[in-house]
Design a protein around this ligand. Structure first.
Ligand code: FRU
Length: 511
């Protein structure tokens, strides 16, 4: 059989293109994962909503396309991101109908268990003008629904307009900019990343009794001590937000475009954030207590969550990044999703762990209690490219210590502790097919470690990607890589001294 980069236990688009997860919801006994989808080519095009369902969050079945861009108001950019909610037993979707210079919200409903959707005759049901003149009609997208105390709310990404900018934004929104043109596949996410658009990125809160008539509450972010000024001067949109309560905390997720790198934070062109704090449901303001990066790797965007019947909140993200090369395009598809991750908040910090359902897919365990390495070593039975590998690592006197993964004659992917820098480094410079992107460096990602003298690692290899959970999910690093099929070697290594690996556990994984 011809080799494919398709993952074995991560969701991936069957054919064509996918980006953001949409409408992630547990409904009528199943997890639904809708997604931004272009079925006809492995590149971004007028957006449809694809649809997966799963009973266990690991094995996903593809259902027919849920939304097609067939209405006039969906011309050009299509049915862009949004969310789902159950009301009166039906499944409702609120999504953005986007045109190059106009973004409006639309409603669709399913009365057959989430299989087919009817678009509301009053679509688009909501425009920026109906809310407030501080919301730019050019950038108003990705509404995330939730319910609290009998009221429906959504948070959405916008450009916030100062009074002087309002006329210009209104004029631009009526211009026929670029109509008839498809957005180029590598142009980055939807408009808003460009500097000509008036206003700066922010988020809004709206409320409704019936999902149809919406009232503006206000914008979320105001200058405050916990947020550096870059967060208010964002040349882009806080795309794909989400809001939920967990472990006594309020959590706001978002994906800001073009957030500049600050130290070791935000090394990708576009980022994935969580903010812990407090949302004022009367003013819409969000007081930020903590800001953290959801993933310190290279390929992670547009995270969304769903609440399971047992109360767990599970996060899924697009396991890719805009403005990159996508080697799987040569196979006629592009786009994968992260493992579903259970969330918890502890000590003012968001923790992520792969869902426990994945344990049912383990086989062929190999265990070793202790391995001292001075140089390089392999462990019998520990090799492959579709597996879970766990260990504790004490770098000891070594300057660098860690793992070489997906090793072959010419390739290796490095994951190691750099003692002097106090970092965990993921280096895909020699992984296989070279990758391109707009960042200064798309090959190496660095994650600051609180305790570089000892760390716990949980690695998930899946043909063409690596997800690394550090210290019980206090940090996560995710990256795609494209080795040869025979690059199956795994080596434990140290440089400049001996290191110790303990509690090594390997399991093969297959969905
Ligand atoms: C984020 C995004 C969303 C938009 C969608 C379009 O990746 O740009 O803001 O709704 O993708 O596909």
């Amino acid at each position: 059989m011809k080799h494919s980069y398709r993952p074995k236990y991560h969701a991936s688009v069957p054919a064509g293109w996918c980006n953001d997860p949409n409408g992630t919801v547990w409904y009528q006994g199943k997890a639904h994962l809708f997604f931004q989808h272009y079925p006809y080519k492995a590149q971004w095009g007028t957006m449809h909503w694809g649809h997966f369902v799963s009973e266990d969050l690991i094995r996903w079945r593809t259902l027919p396309v849920a939304l097609r861009p067939e209405e006039d108001y969906e011309r050009i950019c299509g049915c862009c991101s949004g969310s789902a909610i159950e009301k009166d037993g039906k499944l409702w979707l609120l999504y953005t109908a986007a045109q190059p210079t106009l973004q409006r919200q639309c409603l669709a409903v399913s009365e057959d268990g989430g299989l087919t959707f009817r678009k509301d005759p009053a679509n688009p049901i909501l425009t920026a003008e109906m809310l407030s003149d501080e919301v730019s009609p050019l950038d108003f997208r990705d509404p995330r629904l939730f319910e609290k105390d009998g009221t429906y709310y959504f948070v959405a990404g916008i450009r916030l307009l100062a009074p002087a900018e309002r006329e210009r934004a209104a004029a631009l929104s009526h211009m026929d900019l670029g109509l008839g043109e498809q957005r180029s596949p590598s142009a980055g996410s939807l408009s808003g990343g460009d500097e000509e658009n008036p206003g700066f990125g922010n988020l809004i809160l709206c409320r409704s009794r019936d999902l149809k008539r919406w009232e503006y509450v206000g914008h979320l972010l105001e200058p405050q001590p916990e947020l550096p000024p870059e967060f208010y001067a964002l040349h882009g949109v806080y795309e794909c937000p989400d809001y939920f309560e967990l472990d006594g905390y309020e959590v706001l997720l978002s994906s800001p475009q073009n957030l500049p790198q600050m130290g070791r934070d935000y090394q990708n062109l576009h980022s994935g954030l969580y903010m812990l704090g407090k949302l004022d449901f009367e003013s819409g303001r969000f007081r930020v207590d903590t800001v953290g990066e959801l993933d310190r790797g290279a390929d992670f965007y547009a995270a969304q969550t769903m609440k399971l019947p047992d109360g767990r909140i599970v996060l899924l993200a697009w396991k890719e990044m805009w403005d990159r090369s996508y080697p799987t395009q040569a196979e006629g598809w592009a786009g994968t999703y992260t493992l579903p991750r259970e969330l918890r908040v502890a000590d003012g910090r968001l923790l992520q762990r792969p869902v426990r359902e994945l344990e049912a897919y383990r086989s062929a365990p190999v265990t070793l209690d202790r391995l001292r390495v001075d140089g390089e070593a392999a462990v019998e039975g520990v090799s492959g490219s579709v597996l879970e590998l766990r260990c504790r690592l004490r770098p000891g006197a070594a300057a660098r210590a860690g793992l070489k993964l997906f090793c072959g004659q010419q390739h290796e992917t490095l994951l190691y502790v750099d003692r002097a820098a106090g970092e965990l480094v993921l280096d895909r410079s020699h992984s296989g097919v070279p990758l391109k992107g707009r960042e200064k460096d798309v090959q190496i990602r660095r994650c600051a470690l609180e305790h570089p003298e000892e760390l716990e690692l949980e690695l998930f290899l899946d043909v063409s990607s690596l997800e690394v959970f550090v210290d019980g999910g206090r940090s996560v690093m995710t990256a795609n890589l494209f080795p040869d099929p025979e690059d199956l070697g795994i080596h434990f290594f140290s440089e400049g001294g001996a290191a110790e690996f303990t509690e090594i556990r390997k399991y093969d994984l297959m969905a």
